[in-house]
Ligand binder design. Structure first.
Ligand SMILES: N[C@@H](CCC(=O)N[C@@H](CS)C(=O)NCC(=O)O)C(=O)O
Length: 221
């Protein structure tokens, strides 16, 4: 991997999504540098020409000329380009498609709903919104339940097959802010299989390294 020129990961000090990409880069030992942008930079050129949606993460790879946005798409790109030894993915059906299912579930079922819980709990100007806070709190618990039931049913330590994949890792950064999203909630009581799985992911050296990097620049979310 040493002949690879460092990739550029565009990030922001707060928010979980860029750290998903950092975890995959660390796991695959792909060299990268992180550029932290403030909100003004994220919403203006030249960044908007990389991500027209004005959000992070985005990734620039001078080895291939690829500039790409949306964390799920970036992860798929990294796996296809840099996981030639299939460390973090399966190459054959059905597992390779099930990994995509879980990644899309993370992108559509975890990220946006957990993000809305943060929004209505901490940032929305109208504070008289208990029904919204309740709805998104329940959605967090529902998604935890989906994963917990799946792991219980399969009896396996990871979401797909017998080995860790990018699909497991994609869930980590949002899960690390669960205590901020629902204060004083012990999810391990309701969802023990989810909790065991989450703990095993947190113990991975690449994950520890990224969470330490995040703690060095970010507040608790
Ligand atoms: N679906 C996008 C979500 C990106 C996203 O919302 N990123 C946050 C940081 S975690 C952001 O850029 N927020 C700035 C804003 O909302 O304007 C992805 O996963 O890449």
């Amino acid at each position: 991997m040493s002949s690879i020129k460092p990739l550029v990961l565009y990030s922001h000090a707060t928010g979980p999504n860029p750290w998903k990409v950092a975890i995959v880069l660390e796991e695959l030992q792909v060299p990268y540098e992180t550029k932290f942008l403030d909100f003004a930079a994220i919403k203006s050129e030249p960044f908007l020409s990389i991500n027209p949606n004005g959000r992070v993460p985005a990734l620039e790879d001078s080895n291939t000329g690829v500039k790409i946005f949306e964390s799920g798409a970036i992860i798929e790109y990294l796996i296809e380009t840099y996981d030639k030894e299939a460390k973090l993915h399966y190459t054959a059906s059905p597992e390779k498609y099930l990994e995509l299912s879980w990644l899309h579930f993370q992108m559509s079922g975890q990220g946006p709903y957990w993000g809305q819980k943060a929004w209505f709990t901490y940032f929305h100007s109208d504070k008289n919104i208990t029904s919204a806070i309740e709805r998104y709190g329940n959605e967090i618990k529902r998604t935890l339940g989906v994963i917990d039931s799946h792991l219980k049913k399969t009896g396996k330590p990871y979401l797909v097959g017998d080995k860790i994949s990018y699909a497991d890792l994609a869930f980590v950064p949002w899960q690390t802010v669960l205590g901020w999203l629902i204060p004083d909630y012990d999810a391990s009581k309701d969802f023990p299989e989810w909790s065991k799985w989450n703990q095993s992911l947190l113990e991975r050296p690449a994950v520890k390294k990224v969470l330490a990097d995040k703690a060095a620049v970010a507040p608790k979310h």
